[in-house]
Design a protein around this ligand. Sequence first.
Ligand SMILES: NC(=O)c1ccc[n+]([C@@H]2O[C@H](COP(=O)([O-])OP(=O)(O)OC[C@H]3O[C@@H](n4cnc5c(N)ncnc54)[C@H](O)[C@@H]3O)[C@@H](O)[C@H]2O)c1
Length: 496
Amino acid sequence: MADWWDADGRRHRKQFSSSAAAREHEHRETALAHAERASREMKLAARTGGGKRSQPKPETGTGEPAKGKLGVMIPGMGAVATTFVAGVEAIRKGIAKPIGSLTQMGTIRLGKRTDGRSPKVKEFVPLAGLDDLVFTGWDIFEDNMYEAASNAGVLDQRLLDQLKPFLTSVTPRSAVFDHNYVKKIDGPNVKKGKSKMDLAEQLRDDIREFKKTSGAARLITMWCGSTESYIEPTAAHQSLKAFEKALRENDEMIAPSMIYAYASLIEGVPFANGAPNLTVDLPVMLELSRKNEAPICGKDFKTGQTLMKTVLAPAFKARLLGLSGWYSTNILGNRDGEVLDDPGSFKTKEESKLGVLEHILQPGLYPELYGNIFHKVRINYYPPRGDNKEGWDNIDIFGWLGYPMQIKVDFLCRDSILAAPIVLDLVLFLDLAQRSSELKGLGIQEWLSFYFKSPMTVPGLYPEHDLFIQLMKLKNTLRHLKGEELITHLGLEYYD
Ligand SMILES: NC(=O)c1ccc[n+]([C@@H]2O[C@H](COP(=O)([O-])OP(=O)(O)OC[C@H]3O[C@@H](n4cnc5c(N)ncnc54)[C@H](O)[C@@H]3O)[C@@H](O)[C@H]2O)c1
């Protein structure tokens, strides 16, 4: 017995003269179904590269393996830096997990969805291992990493005490600091010099000394210092020649972070900028970075509120929902919050936070939806909260026929807990870049935009802020380096 349906969808029972004939019919139907499936699979295989799985092209640019120690040098041993270093040590000791880190926990799909290949990122590209990381830093305060982490109050004292011998061993070198650039703080551990060039020379000595004493095979500099006052590029920042002259002449438009960047890049050391200061976002630094094959990236870690903004805004644009206003306020009580209470430092941060919406929503292309947005960002210093920030957003959107709606986001986050895995990933990826024949001479590493509020791009190119475009850019860069097919998500081949 078998069922069949007529053209009007009515079900009928098929009658057979004997049970043998019915079985024969069922066998034939099953064989037909198998043959059809086999034919579909063969077609799919042919379209997806002719074999069981797509074939990688030759590897083009991951470069040398990560042999030896990697020295991580951090100007600014505050909340973010200590949470990062203590975290790495806790993970190395097996007492915590690297949650939030793409290099440690992330996977990367290779080939077609039918290939079943998704290795861990750290197994796919040759990254330094956590055991190979060695650290140093600079700060205007004399606290070692244990004391600084205890003061920052981000991590439990019980955890810090388990890491005490290691954290105590990381002591700050004296800093290059100018109170005019960070008005809310001052400290005793500061270098003296005849000129800014002299200070740069002292930093270069520190770098060489650290490389020698730590036995590091390669170095990275990661700016985790305070946000400096807002300035715009001047003639002094336009070329190496002009910048070096300005260093010798103590030009006031050269901020301390730029002196660290110069010292690193001239020593051939890559530099990442976690704050919104200009620092490496200047023609002189691009010139130096390319010349010395020392990659640069920045600026301003994308951690809490802006992370959410760059997830939500692309969703509104994808669905053509209009936006009339976005009010973002923050209350935080750590030292970063205190520094940002100064109007000059706040302006630097504000610029970095404000750019995001315009680039994602493209009001020029969608004037009726995004041509008239009221976007406001406030940061309020509120000591009781410490590092546990509250990022509160009120979003006014409108839909079909212009009807208004509201969204509220209240992110009770922990600033440095969100920043630490970003620091780790940047350290490891910048080190990959400096070993990669394809990446090391490019200067700006746009593929690392994923980690920044204000991603750097070459002049004239607008940045990508959409988190998911940034992630695709990052993973496709890794696939490209390894000669794997880029993933476009077209997917027609599965449906022929
Ligand atoms: N935590 C986050 O989520 C986050 C996100 C984006 C950006 N940031 C930026 O990262 C930076 C660090 O944040 P944090 O919370 O650790 O701040 P923090 O105030 O705890 O630490 C900054 C440290 O830098 C030191 N410092 C300042 N100027 C210096 C100089 N010239 N040389 C050496 N040391 C210097 C300060 O003494 C301080 O110890 C800030 O600029 C902040 O705006 C943080």
